[in-house]
Write a protein that binds this ligand. Structure first.
Ligand code: NCD
Length: 309
């Protein structure tokens, strides 16, 4: 793998190999590893981030590498009007790899076209977020593998997965629904009518003969879903803030609605959450979103060691 731009860059075997490697890192988190010794990784975050940036930075440091970059484009020459292409040409002369988040769809591809070092897409607008998907799939496999120290990828097969919230702008949903296609899923997409999953993703499910249903009412979901993937309404992508205000509290997982689902359903969220999951749900054994965020470290260590310089 030279770049990681979208989740379709992985075939099923590569994906499963990466999950297994992440599990090795998780089993031995403190064992020194020097895979990135002498390497410099640039973190270019043109959009806000906590988990993605800090888990990537931590992963680089744990692998013996070093980090440069910025967490806010306002402190970079972007604020002076520099193009993305020029910034990438410059930084790719200073670093061995670039992890980039950008508000524009397709920015990762544009960066890869001019970079002389590998580009990892840490979220490009509302399009994709492939490293989040790898940690999401890892979390599902890990939680469903019980106490075993080995990951059982068969536990990813034939799952019923529900996605709720902003399916139009939510890049984590886009990448995860593509990434799970290797495992014969059945999907339920719950959103307000104006935040439905874009057609291009549904076309891809049709091509891969994946069953899916769309609905607007959260309470109509079947009780026996295996995963409930909640998402934040993506305020920053709305042109009209009034439209956001009208939709922001549409779905809420709380102590009442959580009763709708069976005891083995995983409650997931890429975080940050706003109002869509009541903190009272955090103590529920089905709530795995904080474990999911922690898994980001091990999965990103696996990604960083799988990239070819
Ligand atoms: C997500 C993102 O940036 O797309 N956050 C993350 O990386 N964990 C989800 C979101 O911001 O809602």
């Amino acid at each position: 793998m030279t770049n990681l731009l979208g989740i379709n860059d992985f075939d099923k075997n590569q994906l499963v190999d990466l999950l297994r490697l992440a599990k090795e890192f998780k089993n031995q988190p403190t064992i020194p590893n020097h895979a990135l010794n002498g390497k410099i990784v640039a973190m270019l975050f043109f959009e806000p981030s906590t988990r993605t940036r800090l888990s990537f930075e931590s992963a680089v440091l744990r692998l013996g590498g070093q980090v440069i970059g910025f967490a806010d484009a306002a402190t970079s020459s972007t604020a002076k009007g520099e193009s993305l292409e020029d910034t990438i040409k410059i930084v790719s002369g200073y670093a061995d790899m670039i992890v980039m988040r950008h508000p524009e769809t397709g920015a990762a591809q544009r960066a890869a076209a001019v970079s002389i070092v590998p580009i990892i897409n840490a979220g490009d607008g509302s399009r994709e977020h492939p490293t989040q998907t790898l940690l999401d799939i890892f979390t599902i496999a890990d939680e469903r593998s019980g106490r075993s120290s080995e990951l059982n990828p068969d536990r990813l097969e034939n799952l019923r997965v529900a996605f709720a919230g902003d399916l139009k702008f939510g890049r984590t949903v886009h990448s995860l629904s593509l990434g799970l296609r290797h495992f014969n899923p059945t999907y339920y997409f719950v959103s307000p009518p104006n935040l439905k999953l874009p057609d291009e993703f549904k076309k891809s499910f049709d091509e891969h003969r994946i069953n899916y249903q769309e609905m607007t009412d959260f309470t109509q979901l079947p009780a026996d879903i295996n995963v409930l993937y909640m998402t934040r309404i993506q305020k920053e992508r709305f042109d009209d803030i009034k439209e956001y205000e009208a939709l922001k509290n549409m779905y809420q997982l709380n102590q009442v609605t959580s009763q709708l689902f069976n005891s083995d359903c995983l409650f997931m969220h890429p975080l940050p959450r706003v109002t869509e999951i009541d903190p009272q749900v955090d103590a529920d054994p089905r709530a795995v979103y904080f474990k999911q965020a922690r898994n980001g470290l091990f999965v990103r260590m696996a990604i960083l060691t799988s990239i070819k310089y």
